[in-house]
Design a protein around this ligand. Structure first.
Ligand code: IPE
Ligand code: IPE
Ligand code: MG
Length: 256
């Protein structure tokens, strides 16, 4: 891979838009949703898949180009083995059930994360769904599975150094960018976390440098069209300065 300059919000000011081009979501609160109903935690995960379907549709309706969903973190292996294996099966089942529908709706699917720890049969289903939908253009849906922000950065560094040892000691931000997951997407404009916690939990650490954060107490299975609309409305009220002053934003481009 050549060292090419890719967009970075700390080097260039991105075009602002009313609708976020890229939304990244930590889908949290499935377990609590189930517990409130005296159901096993896994019932919440099952319901969560329905919310994914609805949010994908809402993104397309709003003209969002990229949706990145945190489905399973590199830390989630610490959960009870039964819950981990349920989540793996649910992921496999959802990919099998949804791939054709995603394709029909012109949605490109890809999975980001360290796939080396997954069962080969799951990796095969992932690769098939990615191949089927690879040329689609309505929305890019990136599902983060066994993903960790620190893994992403370290993985990128290792690949960059392996391919360009000659530049050691002189690497720049833009040199690393092409090796990160999501390299071909604009950085997320809006980060949403459901479930009430206000933390990043090792999601996209590099890519969130200038992202707007939105936290809601709504549990993921309850994150409906109204809740999605509230997140978008909050985003619209933000003033994205990227280091500049408010006064500079009022001036026409070029007069700063
Ligand atoms: C998020 O819901 C789904 C995954 C992490 C896979 P949780 O399972 O974390 O739900 P809570 O936080 O226990 O309610
Ligand atoms: C973060 O949720 C990961 C996903 C949503 C997949 P967690 O519920 O695992 O996060 P922490 O550990 O409570 O921060
Ligand atoms: Mg949680």
């Amino acid at each position: 891979m050549p060292l090419s300059r890719l967009f970075s919000s700390t080097r260039e000011i991105p075009e602002s838009s009313v609708v976020p081009r890229h939304i990244a979501i930590v889908m949290d609160g499935n377990g609590r949703w189930a517990k409130k109903r005296f159901l096993p935690r896994v019932a919440g995960h099952k319901r969560g898949v329905e919310t994914v379907r609805s949010v994908v549709r809402l993104c397309i309706d709003h003209g969002v180009e990229h949706l990145t969903l945190f489905a399973f973190s590199s830390e989630n292996w610490r959960r009870p083995p039964d819950e981990v294996s349920f989540l793996m099966n649910l992921f496999m089942q959802a990919l099998r059930d949804e791939a054709a529908r995603l394709h029909k709706n012109n949605i490109r699917l890809r999975v980001i994360g360290d796939l080396s720890r997954f069962d080969p049969s799951l990796v095969e289903v992932i690769r098939e769904a990615e191949a089927l939908t690879g040329a689609n253009t309505a929305l890019t849906l990136s599902v983060a599975a066994n993903y960790g922000g620190r893994w992403d950065v370290l993985n990128a560094i290792n690949n960059m150094v392996a391919e360009h040892p000659e530049k050691a000691g002189r690497y720049e931000e833009a040199d690393l960018a092409p090796y990160l997951t999501l390299a071909d997407a604009p950085e997320p404009d809006l980060f949403i976390r459901t479930g009430g916690e206000q933390r990043v939990s090792n999601f996209l650490l590099w890519q969130l440098a200038y992202t707007e954060f939105y936290f809601t107490d709504r549990l993921w299975p309850d994150f409906d069209a109204e809740a999605f609309g509230e997140a978008i409305a909050s985003f619209r009220q933000r003033e994205r300065r990227f280091g500049r002053t408010s006064e500079q934003l009022d001036k026409p481009a070029g007069e700063n």
